[in-house]
Unconditional design. Structure first.
Lengths: 250, 388
C-alpha cells in the first residue's frame, strides 16, 4: 500500500509551514501562491473557517499516469506519483484528465514542463517523512504507512463523535489516494470534488484500448473479405457479359 | 506542362487570395517566434484551468476529422469496388494528407517540447489514448503519403514504383481504413477519461463511436465541398453524378450519428439541460439543428441533392456541424467544470487560419503541378473553356 499523508483539517492552524518547506525542498521559485501552480505544489485555502491543504492526492491508480503517452508520470510502490521531466512532451493530457486538477504547467516558459507534488519521493526512499509533514507544528499533516493512517483517521473520527464528518476523503475517491483528509465540514464545501466515482477513471479508457488488438484483426479480415467478394462479383459479371457477347456474335 | 497558360486567365482573382495567404503566413510565422521565445502563456489564452484550447479543439480534432473523406473514399473505391468514384479519390487523399500535415504542424506549436515528439515511439504507455493517437497520426500520415506517391511518381515519369504501389493498393487501403477507424474513434476516447468534467450533453461512453461516425459524415461533406471549391477555382464542372450518391452516404452517416447522440443524451438524463436553455443547451441546439438535423432533412430530398447549390449547402452544414461539435466537446462542454471561460486569443486564431491558408495554397499548387483531377492540369485549358 505504500506511504501516504493524513491531513486533519480541524487541526491546521494555517501557519503555511508546509507550503514553505515544500518550496525549499523542491527548490521552487517565487512566493507561495493562493492556488496550485507549476511552482507552488501545495498551498492552503481558507474555506468555511478551515485551512484546507491542496496538493497532489497521489492516486492508487493515477489518471495522469494512465493518460501520459510517454509514461513520464508513474506510481511508485512507495506511494508517490512521480514525474520524469526528461520524457515529457508537454501535451498536457495529464492536466485535462486529473480528476483533482493537480498537474500545472509552466505557461511562462518557452520550453515548459509540468509541476506537481511528488510526495518527496527522494526523501521517502531515504526513510524520511515528506518535507511538509516534517514542518507541520500542529500534527495536521501526518506521514506514515497508508494502512496506519487509515487506522489513525478512523480512531480520531470514532473517539470524538460529532467532531468529524464520518468520511475519510481519499479512501475511495477516483479509486483511492495515498493522501487522505478528515474534516468537520463536508468536503464539497471545502472545494474538494465530491462527485468522483470509486472506479478509477483510467478503467473507462482501458475498456476501449484493451480491445484494439482484437478489433484490428476482425476489422482487417472483414475489410479484406468485402474486397474479395466485390472484386469476385465484378470478375463474374465481366465474364458473364463476355459470354453474352460471344453468344450474340455466334 | 503549360502552367503559364493555366495561370493566365486567373491572374486577377488569385491575386487577392495570394495577398491574404502571404499576410496570414507571415502572421503565423511571427506567432511561432513568440511562442518559442515567450512561451505558450504569451500567445494563447490557455491556463492551468483550461489547458487545451483552439489548437486541440479545432486544429487537431477537426483537422483529423475532416481528413476522413480519404479513408472513406478509398474504401468505397478499392474495397467496395465502386470504381466510378475513382476520379475523385486523388484530391481526397491529397486533402487527407494535408489535413494530417496541418495537425502535425499545429501539434508542434502546441506541445511544450515538440522536439520530443518521437518519445511516443520509444517510451510506450499502451494505457494512454494519446499514445494511440500519436501512433495513428504517424502511421496514417505515412499511409496517406504512400497512397498519394504514385501521383508524384507519374508526374516525374517513374512508372516502376507507381506500379508497385498500385499492386499493393488493397492491403494499403485496408491498413489506412483500420488506422483511420482507430484514430477517428480515439479522438473521442481522449474524452472518456473526463466523465466528471465534460458536460452530459456531450459525454458518453460511446464517444469513440460518435467521433468515428460523425467523421465519416463530415469527411464526405468535405469531399463535396472541396470538389466545389476546386471546381470554382479551376473552372471545372461539379461531378454531380458522383457527388449526389455521396450525399446519400452522408445522410445515412449523419442520421445514425444523430440518433446515437440523442440516445446518449437520454442515457445521461440530460434532455433537461437542453430545456433549461442555458449556455450548453443553446450551443447544443445550434450544433445539432444546424449541423445534423438540417443537412439530413435537406439532403433527403432528391430535388435538393441533385441541385449543385443545395448539395454544396448541405455539405457545408455537415462540415460546420462537425466543427461545432468538436469545439463543443473540447471547449464548451469543459468550461463549466473548469470554472473559467475560454475564448481563443487572436494569436491562436491566426495560427489556425495561417495553417488553413497554407493547406489551401499547397492544395492549389499541387493541383496545378500533379495529375490530381481527372482532366488534369495538362488538359486544363479545355476545361476552362467548358466552364466559361
Amino acid at each position: 500500500m505504500g506511504m501516504g499523508l493524513l491531513i486533519d483539517a480541524t487541526r491546521c492552524i494555517g501557519c503555511g509551514a508546509c507550503s514553505s518547506a515544500c518550496k525549499e525542498q523542491n527548490k521552487l521559485p517565487g512566493k507561495v501562491e493562493a492556488v496550485l501552480t507549476a511552482y507552488t505544489w501545495t498551498t492552503l485555502q481558507e474555506r468555511e473557517g478551515l485551512n484546507v491543504r491542496r496538493m497532489c492526492m497521489h492516486c492508487e491508480v493515477p489518471t495522469c499516469a494512465s493518460v501520459c503517452p510517454v509514461a513520464a508520470l508513474t506510481k511508485t510502490t512507495d506511494g508517490p506519483v512521480v514525474y520524469d521531466a526528461d520524457r515529457c512532451m508537454g501535451c498536457r493530457y495529464c492536466m485535462m484528465a486529473c480528476p483533482f486538477e493537480v498537474p500545472k504547467y509552466q505557461w511562462d516558459r518557452p520550453v515548459p514542463i509540468i509541476g506537481k507534488c511528488i510526495l518527496c519521493a527522494g526523501r521517502i526512499k531515504e526513510g524520511k517523512p515528506t518535507a511538509c509533514a516534517e514542518a507541520c507544528p500542529a500534527e495536521a499533516t501526518l506521514f506514515g504507512k497508508k494502512e496506519d493512517l487509515i487506522w489513525e483517521a478512523r480512531t480520531r473520527i470514532r473517539q470524538k463523535p460529532g467532531a468529524y464528518v464520518n468520511q475519510i476523503y481519499g479512501l475511495t475517491e477516483a479509486g483511492g489516494t495515498s493522501v487522505m483528509m478528515i474534516s468537520n465540514v463536508p468536503f464539497d464545501k471545502l472545494g474538494l470534488k465530491s462527485n468522483l466515482p470509486a472506479e478509477p477513471p483510467a478503467m473507462r479508457t482501458w475498456q476501449v484500448l484493451s480491445n484494439i488488438p482484437d478489433f484490428v484483426g476482425v476489422w482487417g479480415v472483414f475489410l479484406y473479405g468485402v474486397h474479395w467478394i466485390t472484386a469476385r462479383r465484378e470478375d463474374v459479371s465481366k465474364a458473364g457479359s463476355h459470354d453474352n457477347g460471344r453468344e450474340d456474335r455466334s | 506542362m503549360n502552367t503559364a497558360a493555366t495561370l493566365a486567365p486567373r491572374r486577377f482573382r488569385p491575386g487577392f487570395w495570394t495577398i491574404v495567404f502571404v499576410v496570414l503566413f507571415l502572421a503565423f510565422c511571427t506567432v511561432t517566434v513568440i511562442r518559442f521565445t515567450k512561451g505558450l502563456g504569451a500567445v494563447t489564452h490557455l491556463s492551468d484551468q483550461f489547458p487545451w484550447g483552439l489548437w486541440i479543439g479545432f486544429d487537431l480534432l477537426c483537422g483529423v476529422g475532416l481528413a476522413a473523406g480519404a479513408f472513406t473514399l478509398t474504401a468505397v473505391v478499392h474495397l467496395f469496388n465502386l470504381k466510378r468514384f475513382e476520379p475523385i479519390v486523388r484530391p481526397t487523399i491529397l486533402t487527407g494528407f494535408l489535413g494530417y500535415a496541418f495537425v502535425i504542424v499545429a501539434l508542434l506549436l502546441d506541445l511544450g517540447q515538440p522536439w520530443r515528439i518521437w518519445h511516443a515511439i520509444v517510451y510506450w504507455n499502451p494505457h494512454s489514448v494519446m499514445f494511440e493517437v500519436a501512433w495513428c497520426v504517424m502511421l496514417y500520415t505515412t499511409v496517406l503519403a504512400v497512397e498519394f506517391s504514385p501521383v508524384v511518381f507519374e508526374r516525374f515519369g517513374f512508372h516502376a514504383p507507381a506500379r508497385i504501389i498500385h499492386r499493393l493498393i488493397t492491403p494499403l487501403v485496408i491498413l489506412g481504413v483500420i488506422l483511420s477507424t482507430l484514430h477517428q474513434s480515439s479522438l473521442g476516447s481522449l474524452y472518456l477519461i473526463v466523465p466528471s468534467k465534460l458536460h452530459p450533453l456531450w459525454y458518453s461512453p460511446m464517444l469513440p463511436l460518435h467521433f468515428y461516425i460523425s467523421a465519416i459524415g463530415a469527411g464526405i461533406g468535405m469531399v463535396i465541398l472541396e470538389s466545389y471549391l476546386s471546381g470554382r477555382a479551376f473552372h471545372r464542372h461539379l461531378e454531380m453524378d458522383l457527388l449526389e450518391p455521396l450525399a446519400r452516404g452522408m445522410v445515412v452517416a449523419l442520421g445514425i450519428y444523430g440518433l446515437m447522440r440523442l440516445q446518449a443524451i437520454r442515457r445521461n438524463h440530460a434532455f433537461g439541460s437542453i430545456l433549461e436553455f442555458g449556455y450548453e443547451g443553446q450551443m447544443f441546439l445550434l450544433e445539432f439543428t444546424l449541423g445534423v438535423i438540417l443537412p439530413v432533412v435537406l439532403m433527403s430530398f432528391k430535388r435538393l441533392r441533385t441541385h449543385p447549390d443545395w448539395l454544396v449547402g448541405g455539405a457545408f452544414l455537415a462540415v460546420l456541424g462537425f466543427v461545432m461539435n468538436r469545439l463543443n466537446v473540447s471547449i464548451t462542454g469543459m468550461e463549466a467544470a473548469s470554472g473559467t471561460r475560454y475564448l481563443p486569443s487572436g494569436m491562436e486564431i491566426i495560427v489556425s487560419l495561417g495553417l488553413i491558408a497554407t493547406g489551401m495554397a499547397v492544395f492549389a499548387f499541387a493541383v496545378r503541378v500533379f495529375p490530381i483531377f481527372p482532366d488534369g492540369p495538362a488538359t486544363h485549358s479545355s476545361g476552362s473553356e467548358e466552364g466559361a
